[in-house]
Unconditional design. Sequence first.
Lengths: 277, 277, 277, 277
Amino acid sequence: MCRWLAYVGAPVEPREFLYDPERSLIEQSRSHAPGMDVPNGDGTGLGWYGRRLVPTLFRSTTPAWANETLKELASEVESGMFLAHVRAGTGTPVQTTNCHPFRFGRWLFVHNGYVADYMKLRRTLLLAVDPDLFPNVLGTTDSELLFYLALTFGLEDDPIGALERMAGFVEEVAAEAGVTEALQMTVGLTDGDRIYAARYASGPVVNTLFVSEDVQSLQLLYPQSERLARYSEGARLVVSEPLVALPGAWREVPASTAMVVDGSSVRERRFVPERPG
Amino acid sequence: MCRWLAYVGAPVEPREFLYDPERSLIEQSRSHAPGMDVPNGDGTGLGWYGRRLVPTLFRSTTPAWANETLKELASEVESGMFLAHVRAGTGTPVQTTNCHPFRFGRWLFVHNGYVADYMKLRRTLLLAVDPDLFPNVLGTTDSELLFYLALTFGLEDDPIGALERMAGFVEEVAAEAGVTEALQMTVGLTDGDRIYAARYASGPVVNTLFVSEDVQSLQLLYPQSERLARYSEGARLVVSEPLVALPGAWREVPASTAMVVDGSSVRERRFVPERPG
Amino acid sequence: MCRWLAYVGAPVEPREFLYDPERSLIEQSRSHAPGMDVPNGDGTGLGWYGRRLVPTLFRSTTPAWANETLKELASEVESGMFLAHVRAGTGTPVQTTNCHPFRFGRWLFVHNGYVADYMKLRRTLLLAVDPDLFPNVLGTTDSELLFYLALTFGLEDDPIGALERMAGFVEEVAAEAGVTEALQMTVGLTDGDRIYAARYASGPVVNTLFVSEDVQSLQLLYPQSERLARYSEGARLVVSEPLVALPGAWREVPASTAMVVDGSSVRERRFVPERPG
Amino acid sequence: MCRWLAYVGAPVEPREFLYDPERSLIEQSRSHAPGMDVPNGDGTGLGWYGRRLVPTLFRSTTPAWANETLKELASEVESGMFLAHVRAGTGTPVQTTNCHPFRFGRWLFVHNGYVADYMKLRRTLLLAVDPDLFPNVLGTTDSELLFYLALTFGLEDDPIGALERMAGFVEEVAAEAGVTEALQMTVGLTDGDRIYAARYASGPVVNTLFVSEDVQSLQLLYPQSERLARYSEGARLVVSEPLVALPGAWREVPASTAMVVDGSSVRERRFVPERPG
């Protein structure tokens, strides 16, 4: 089970969420916790929107807890939107091209979960990727393939709809191959303006997803918090696991839900896989 | 341009060819030579037949000249058949899964060359791999794909024939996509008993391939050589470049030639690409 | 807290202990267990005695659970004496030169533990290394330094005595610098003939050490075990943690104990740090 | 022989010098050139002054030509002062802690050259490092040690003087050990405000060093150059090798010379090694 986080708000140093909190993402990569049977030690990545329209990407197979470059960048970068990920591989090789985030144009994508019986389904899924997009598939993970399937199904114009068509397609291919409970996923997606996220699984067990409450309410709740005092109105985090045990700070996103988060709002709707037709 | 060597004969330490000669494979990975515009610093590999029927595989992205594990293994291993490779990438990522040799069952494969316009042709070539073999394609290079295409076209039963059908297929796919002079290759292939090799290119420039002369003739030619005195009757090397400047020691294999080398003979025939039909 | 194992007996594949048991060393590198707060994901190593008097060394920063080369070697190698290690760093960089085992001549050394306040003591300890040995110190860990201090204090002639002098010296240097409870260690040491091991800490908490019972007794206890049936008389494992939960199979070595294990006997005596004088 | 460059001027993307010119630093890492017998493939690094007083450091053992993170950062970073380096090791391990630049507080340091017979002299040189600085020595190269010796001899207050005392000390230690022609170096040093550099060798062969001519003169010389038109008055490069073959663009710094370069001037004086006394 991987871990990831997405931030939108006034520019901050990623360090504030990757390193500083008690259950920071780096801490989550290494230290055991209930429900975490193996470490997230199979690579890490940070993608951020900086001086340019396209995001900048850092990915590495060195585990997050020992990654000197990640530590440097997390303090030097200041960004109003970034995605970070720590990986626990589910069978595909530990190599940089299999590390998240994945990038296409202005888009970044992270995933926590898996495609069941992936090696059995991989060929069919890979063939469904738009031939024009195909040369961009550089790694071999299920996660990257889900991203390029969603791009094939219109992600750039209709992000949530494309994720639904991707999920529907994967389930269809799996069913034809006799694979049940095919998809397990929380996904995070950004274009520099908004965070798109979804929590979904084909079966009854669904990886968790949380969104932070609005900063103003939190500041009322915790008037003494120096950390909270610094955050801008509209700042939001979407995370696979809470970073601090602060009652009232996090809201669990229900299963089968999609979200769109920007600096002023959090909108949710049901996430319903759809046959791409 | 990569470099590789294959050895068959009485068991020796790979060190004797990888490290000791003046133009050893390791030396070739690093030091400038005519016709070598870039170093072979994008990974290395050694595959050998040891205690088991299946060969053992070591692959690494650390350049050969600085690779401590390669150095250790080259002295500890003693083997009667091995393949070694130093890589100069031609566009695909530097990662272990892209390092040679590639292995399937008892087979090992190395390649020096490229498929022209590979990113344009890759999808079509990948789709032609037998779906049962497909899950074994772990990397993203043209070289690995050539191996799995040859396996698809019957390599295990008819190695040279399968290489010819692979070459014919690649040229056909390339021609349909408007790509000319599609294939540049010297390939080395072993099954634990024999070395199969081929030298071929679609265009007029063809990477070099050499085979060592028989040991008895060499010993007559160089009666004082301690090194040569040690080698067994029937020992042979197939190499992309000579390892020593010993007149009479190496014979250049002509372009469009296939070879089968074992402990008692070197047989050659023309290599003619064939449409797999 | 690192994990390690040492084997002496009739030649076996390291795989039998590194991969096959329910709590194999590889499993211990990754999966959560009581008392293991972080994974052993900061590198791994295997040293074995093969064809040559000097042992062969494989070390890598790729975590053991994802290390393809370790997996290959653990099945191809067959050796009557080997040492394996999985590392959880305690502050020094994750780099190959900091991975265990460390090697000097015929000797291999592994360590689980630390020198308290190491960065404060390092300079003084490093200066105490015999100037002739100094160029062999290639990494920066406390573990490698303990090895070279023991070599300085006569390890090659009197292994256990030299470990005691090393421990006494480290405690003395620490005391002068105001550092208490300076040393925490289980160490494993081999010369190709015997395993030397010690369990010691300056303070009350002492990392664990276990030795396997003699094979004949185990075979009587578990007459149905196919695995046990294969092991030769005299085969022994020394491990930081039991590999299987087999009642009667492991004996915990008491704190402040040194051991010498070979194919016919396990001898123990008290381990008493000594000022090198 | 390593290669490095230092830039001071109005903020630019490092890409402009690391990737874009015909003989860019990345090109220099890989492609053979007269006087370059081996590639600079043993690691790379980029240090820059960004949002903070302390510089940010990226170092990696992945060769520069294949380093995806370096490529990303070289386009995303925009900085008015940076140092970049490509390494050809001279005996010490290929590991991140041996990659340049080295950093201490606000200072960055790069080196091209060597200490002759380093393994013989290393212990004595290391002991001379100020004990308070000693814990910062994380790698094992001669280059890092030269930096900490210069820091020991007052680099923060008197950069050039400290480099001279360092050189004098190294030569003295070498002479006592019977090592002649001890030091070969071009060094680059920055504090965020100025580039300090020196070209010196104990013997007659001295690695090269070049400084760019002032931008205004160059713009007069090449009125059509778009690239030159973009550079601010006062921008300067100090490099181990020219990046473009532009007549009149580079001036070779004489041997035994020290330089101080900032946005308005280039000052030079003789570099004379001095016994630290």
